[in-house]
Design a protein around this ligand. Structure first.
Ligand code: UGY
Ligand code: MN
Length: 264
């Protein structure tokens, strides 16, 4: 065969390939960063040690530097590791995505948390988080801004009741009590393939979302993004937002929403 026909064949076989490893393409990323939204995909994560943390690296995905009123980051705790304390006045929510941590409060309560367990630490009691065998945590923090009495609690995602979603089809759980003691909530939303948000939402609240399972299309402003498990989305106030779950497996995402805060 001539070199020419050889080239022709290899180009054709590339075209027929259905799975293209975009992540291996130098310089390619699905991540974007705009004034009112961002998509941060796994190949863009940058890990670093943080002062006060032991045997841990973190990757900040959203922070006040993005214009957000909260921080959202992943923490990769190795063996014999410990979390640093949050900034004075900050409250902290953790979800265990991998491995196991032990959480101890200042009044001596101690609980072991595994996959899909979560805990909330009020600003006056950041407790202690340690891991003997390693763990991956998703963490949200914000400066507490109310005069309420938020308290430590922990739970398991599936142990949190399904809530009514009038006019919508997705399944909804809220992991933080809906009282005036708390200035944000963490929702877990489940969609079957083909289900989508009915409201094409525009609202004053901010969001920090992580896709935990599945894949679909996120509309943010005028852009339509294919998203999948591991992707993170920052939504600034008033960005038009809409999601449809696609593919063959259900979508689950976790999403921060600043509630109980006067928008004025
Ligand atoms: O509660 C919410 O604002 C939520 N439904 N938004 C979203 O999923 N983008
Ligand atoms: Mn929303």
């Amino acid at each position: 065969t001539s070199p020419r026909s050889h080239n022709y064949t290899s180009v054709l076989s590339l075209t027929r390939k259905t799975q293209i490893a975009f992540n291996d393409l130098p310089g390619f990323t699905r991540s974007v960063y705009y004034r009112d939204h961002a998509l941060i995909t796994p190949e863009s994560r940058v890990w670093a040690g943080q002062p006060g943390w032991t045997n841990t690296v973190t990757s900040h995905l959203i922070s006040p530097a993005s214009g957000a009123n909260f921080a959202m980051y992943l923490a990769d705790l190795k063996t014999e590791s410990a979390a640093g304390a949050p900034a004075p006045g900050a409250e902290r929510f953790i979800l265990v995505v991998e491995g196991e941590v032990t959480v101890t409060t200042s009044d001596g309560r101690s609980v072991d948390l595994r996959h899909n367990d979560y805990a909330y630490f009020p600003p006056h009691d950041s407790g202690k988080i340690t891991s003997a065998t390693g763990s991956g945590l998703l963490i949200y923090e914000r400066m507490y801004n109310l005069k309420g009495k938020p308290e430590f609690f922990n739970g398991h995602v599936e142990g949190s009741p399904l809530l009514p979603t009038p006019g919508e089809v997705f399944e909804l759980r809220k992991l933080i009590p809906q009282t005036a003691d708390y200035d944000f909530n963490i929702h877990v939303m489940d969609f079957k393939p083909g289900e989508h948000l009915f409201v094409k939402e525009v609202h004053y609240n901010q969001h920090g979302l992580m896709m935990l399972e599945g894949q679909g299309i996120y509309r943010l402003g005028d852009n339509w993004y294919p998203v999948q498990s591991g992707d993170v989305v920052w939504m600034a106030p008033f960005v038009p937002q809409w999601y449809a779950a696609l593919g063959t497996t259900p979508t689950r995402y976790i999403i921060y929403k600043d509630t109980t805060v006067d928008p004025l």
